[in-house]
Write a protein that binds this ligand. Sequence first.
Ligand code: MSP
Length: 521
Amino acid sequence: MSGPKAYYVTTPIYYVNDKPHIGHAYTTLACDVLARFKRLDGFDVKFLTGTDEHGQKVEKSAAAAGVAPKDFTDRVSQNFRDLAAFMGYTNDDFIRTTEERHYRSVQALWNKLVEKDEIYLGSYAGWYAVRDEAFFAESELTTRPDGKKIAPSGAEVEWVEEPSYFFRLSQWGDRLLAFYDANPDFILPPSRRNEVMSFVKGGLQDLSVSRTSFKWGIPVPGDDAHIMYVWLDALTNYITAVGYPDDKSDSYRRYWPADLHMVGKDIVRFHAVYWPAFLMAAGLEPPKRVFAHGWWTNEGQKISKSLGNVIDPVKLVETYGLDPVRYFLLREVPFGNDGDFSHKAMIGRLNGDLANDLGNLAQRSLSMIAKNCGGAMPEAGPLTDEDKALLDDAGRLLGDVRSRLDVQAFHEALDRIWLVVRAANAYVDRQAPWALRKTDPARMATVLSVLAETVRNLALILQPFMPTSMGRMLDQLAAPTSARTFASFGPDHATAAGTPLPKPEGIFPRFVEEEAGKGDS
Ligand code: MSP
């Protein structure tokens, strides 16, 4: 296939029994940054998100709200679309499992599995947690003081006995292990890979993939009494969106296998065990990577509806601004680890990294140009070793950031970028261009042009993280919109001397503590 290289990245599809919260915003944000980066880096990107709308939990939530399941999911699914627009996410598609294209896809996958003798009819008895949409072994349960049995997540379980179709997962253990061995980066970070591998080595049992105890789902072809297991239904969204069951379509051949399924650590088993097993069993290729990120706590506490400490991403953005929130979430915690949200840490990053380091670098460089160079890009004279060192350091950013993002190490990418921000601030202090104005204006012009070029490269590479503010920074540097991809990275694409620059304005105001909205903590 010709044309730019494809890059397909997906978020989990979100349950519609809940309001979007920081966890949802976080997973999609990470994908958005990757999607934007890859687009600027010349890839043909497909970025998918959506909603997971079937299952007993949704059926129960709809009944509790007194509406039909479809009306209920229409309403809640819209909240997730609204969040995506509000957060500036650039998803190319939004899939809903209640769509016709998805019914067709899931039923085709089912038929394929039946045709390959990977599914059989049996009966199921076991402990089922509606909240987790999962079965548990007796040994995984604990008993509450009131005698109720509880899953590890804290969800109540009930004893369920019903006829069920089974997927022959028990036959796939060795092939999965061979697949993990052949693809050491299939599951990242490595701690999750180890966890998954020991789960598979512990032995897999056949998986119950249909239910007769509720109605809200996709019926099993040819046996309407059965509704498909919600995870089989949900996982299939990733191929529906690229055109399955038409696996000869341009779109399927172009984008499948997906480059990355981004997920939270709680759902890694579904994505790294069941999903590749379903796909291989159907004769389809497994995805290239599953990355499991960690969970946020709020000021040291587990986030939960019952504790009333759910972080609303909309409030957060209203308080601190969209780009600072995007920056904070990916900078504060090594991606893959759990992290703690606190207003103090958020304000620290906003005032320290953004206002003092990056904002101040841009602001002082550009206002010196405005004041001392007639508001136009200064002309560089001969470069000193120090000038070259800074420009080279900035020039290496693209390769360095690309390689960090290729393993989803957002925090390392930002760390690397801030080395240049700090080096540039130290350079300004040492060169003291304000003092050169009288003594050596030609040298001052060189220093300011080195700074302008450094800031331009910083703004280019930071666009995926902070698209709006970096867009403004590039406006202030008179970078034409056609020169904002990574093809324009590096000294060969510097803004020409003499180009008039607009009046500079601060981009990251310092945050004064009293303004902090405490309502969302
Ligand atoms: N519907 C399934 C996914 C099916 S994908 C084929 C699901 N949905 S979910 O809405 O419950 O969760 C979506 C994502 O939010 C998960 O990746 C989960 O890890 C993430 N988070 C939920 N709470 C979170 C935090 N407190 N912190 C970070 N992410 C968290 O699971």
